[in-house]
Structures are given as C-alpha cells and as structure tokens.
Design a binder for this molecule. Structure first.
Ligand SMILES: [Ca+2]
Ligand SMILES: [Ca+2]
Length: 398
C-alpha cells in the first residue's frame, strides 16, 4: 500500500485522465466538424442563393435525426442542431477544466506525500527549490491580452512576417481562417495564442508544465470566444471579428492574468480531493485484505482436499487387499482340496464325462430301434463304431 502513497496511484489516475483527454479531444474534433457543416448549411439557406442544401447528405451526417422530414429541414432545424452541438462543446470545456483541476490537486498531493518521506534537511531543500521554480516560472515577458490588437499585431508581425504598420483586420482574418470557411473556429483561434504561450512555457524547463500551457490556451480561447462571438454559435464570423476590432477592449485592453497567478483549486476542493483519495486507498486496502483472506481460504480448502485424497488412497488400497484375500478364501472353500487344478482342466474333465454319457445313450437307443429289421452283426458293428468315435473324440478334445 506504500506504493500508492509514493505516487503509483497518481500515475494510474494520470493514465486514466490521459485516456479521457484523448477521448475528449476526439469528441471535440467531431463536434467542431459537425458545427462547421451546420453553419455552412444555415448560411446557404439564409443566403437564399441557388446552392440547394443537400438535405439527404446532411441527414446522413446526423443519423439520429432520421425522424425529421427532410423536406421541412429548415433554418430552425439547423438552429436546434447548432444549439446541441454548441452545448456539447461547452460541456467539453467544462470537463477539461475539471480534469485540469484534478491534475493540479494530484500534483500538489504527490508533492506533499514526497515531502513526508524526507528528513528535515532534505525537506527544506526541496521546499526552497519548489519556491524557486515557482518564481522562475512566473518570471516571463508581458503576455498580451488574448484577442487584443497588440496580441494580433504580434502574430501578424512575428508569425506572418508582415509590417505592423500595415495591420488590417480583414486580411488578418482571411490569413488565419485556415480552412477558408469564413469563420474562426476554436482550433483556429487557439492557434493564434501560440506566440503568447511561448513567452511563458518552454518544454525544456523543469518549471514549465505543458499541461498547464494547454489549460492557458483553453482559457484564452474561451475568453476571446466570449468577447467576440456575439450570436453564441461558437464560431467567429468575419463580421463578428470586425465589430470586435472596433471595441475599446480591443484597442486598450486590460492586462491578462495568467494561470499561475491564481490557484486552480480552492482549499475546500483540495480537502475534498484528499478525502476522496483516502477513501480510494481505504477501498484498495480493503480489497487487498479480502483477496488475502480468499487466498487463505483457498489454501485451507486445498489442504483439506489433499488430506481427503490421501485418505481415499488408503481406503482403496485396503479394499484391494481385502478383495484379493476374500477371493482366495472363496476359491479355497468352493473347490476344496479335491481338484487342486485350474478351471481349464476342470472343464475338460466335465466335457469328457458328458461326451462319454452322450455317446453311450444314442447307441443304446439305436440298438432298440434296429432290433426288428437289422442283423445282430450290424448292431454289434454300430456299437463298436460308436465306441471308436468316442475314443477318437476323447483324444481330440482340446
Ligand atoms: Ca475557419
Ligand atoms: Ca458567431
């Protein structure tokens, strides 16, 4: 159980959480694609242009809507679908935040558990090092407010290699609408923050945690989406973007509070988390104890079976010994000492006696029947013949 305290459990949970994250990422990718298709369809419908919406193709993508009549598949239906897709994405963000919070609490838990294993000197060293790394992480160039003119201009200049004097929001929009669908989706927005994040995070630094970097990226994207996406479809249209670039917040933004400036969890949440871990550990201990008991019981049953087996073997040996003794006694009493020969010989003797008897009887009958018409010579001959046969038979009996 010491393993659990030493962070094995943390690793297990980390694995689970990684699995969850991968699953969430896949769900998100699907949702964003779904949303993109819907917005496009809605756009085509609203535009009233000649591009007919391919209802069947749309329905195929949303198979669970098969009850809908494809002929009345209108803007309202699309709105409903968009609403459901945006809800899913919102839940995705919530899950990500929760997951991140757990990650941070587990990190702190492991740190505390590790400190417990150290002596006073080592512990002091470790705590000092931790504080130093924390300071080092917090020491970074000023981070621009996400979605502000300064931030976008930096992308324009450094990533796009363009002159900041020429900054033009419409050109910027078209440059970074990577898939060219006329909207900034979540991924396209998130890609805009890489420059800012690189100011705070370096994967080669001990003090920079890349999981935290991704959480910061998520916070930035959520913030910009909230500010700019006025119709709340989780996509930023060119129009929404242009409106935002005229706002005061775009031109004179507040400073951006980075992730490390606020603890991800409250003290209460940490307490609850510790309690939860303790319960899990208790549960695991109980399971280990139960398994130990089960093993003992199985061993006991095995011993019992072995003892029964030995007993049975003894009984078998006794039965066999008794049986052969009985057989011997039976043979002795049934056959007696008169014919101390084998059964084979006995049978032979019985057969000989019978053969003699049978051979004599028909001879006597013949003699009576032939009495009237046959000569005494014949009779004598016949009797003598039978005698010879019997004598021969006697010798050929196996
Ligand atoms: Ca796009
Ligand atoms: Ca929008």
């Amino acid at each position: 159980m010491e393993d659990i305290k030493q962070g094995k459990l943390a690793k297990e949970l980390d694995f689970v959480s990684h699995h969850v994250r991968t699953k969430l990422d896949e769900i998100k990718r699907q949702e964003v694609n779904r949303l993109r298709t819907l917005i496009k369809a809605k756009h085509d419908l609203e535009g009233g242009n000649d591009i007919a919406v391919d209802h069947q193709a749309l329905l195929k993508q949303f198979e669970y809507l098969n009850h809908m009549n494809p002929h009345t598949f209108e803007v309202e239906d699309l709105d409903r679908l968009i609403k459901s897709a945006t809800n899913d994405l919102e839940n995705y963000d919530k899950d990500r935040h929760e997951e991140f919070k757990k990650y941070e609490m587990m990190k702190e838990h492991d740190r505390q558990e590790h400190l417990k294993t150290l002596d006073e000197d080592e512990r002091k060293k470790e705590v000092d090092h931790y504080e130093e790394m924390k300071k080092k992480h917090a020491d970074h160039p000023k981070v621009n407010h996400p979605g502000s003119q300064n931030q976008l201009k930096e992308v324009w200049e450094e990533a796009d290699g363009l002159d900041p004097e020429d900054f033009d929001p419409k050109t910027f929009f078209n440059l970074h609408d990577t898939n060219g669908d006329g909207f900034f989706d979540e991924q396209e927005l998130e890609a805009l923050f890489t420059k800012e994040l690189e100011k705070i995070y370096d994967p080669t630094n001990e003090e920079d945690d890349m999981v935290e970097m991704e959480e910061e990226r998520l916070r930035m994207r959520e913030h910009v989406m909230n500010e700019v996406d006025s119709n709340k479809d989780r996509l930023v249209s060119l129009n929404e973007f242009l409106v935002a670039t005229k706002k005061k917040e775009f031109l004179e933004p507040d400073s951006w509070e980075t992730l490390e400036q606020n603890q991800a969890y409250t003290d209460d949440e940490m307490r609850e988390f510790e309690e939860h871990l303790a319960l899990q550990e208790q549960d695991l201990n109980q399971k280990a104890y139960d398994l130990h008991k089960q093993r003992e019981e199985l061993e006991r049953q095995q011993d019992q079976l072995n003892a029964q087996k030995i007993e049975l073997q003894q009984v078998c040996r006794y039965i066999i010994a008794t049986a052969s003794e009985l057989e011997l006694q039976f043979d002795m009493s049934f056959n007696g000492d008169e014919i101390p020969v084998e059964h084979h010989t006995d049978n032979q003797l019985h057969f000989e006696k019978e053969a003699q008897l049978q051979a004599h009887q028909p001879a006597a009958q013949d003699a009576q029947q032939e009495h009237h018409g046959h000569l005494n010579d014949d009779l004598a001959q016949g009797v003598s013949q039978t005698h010879q046969d019997v004598a021969q038979g006697h010798h050929t009996v196996p």
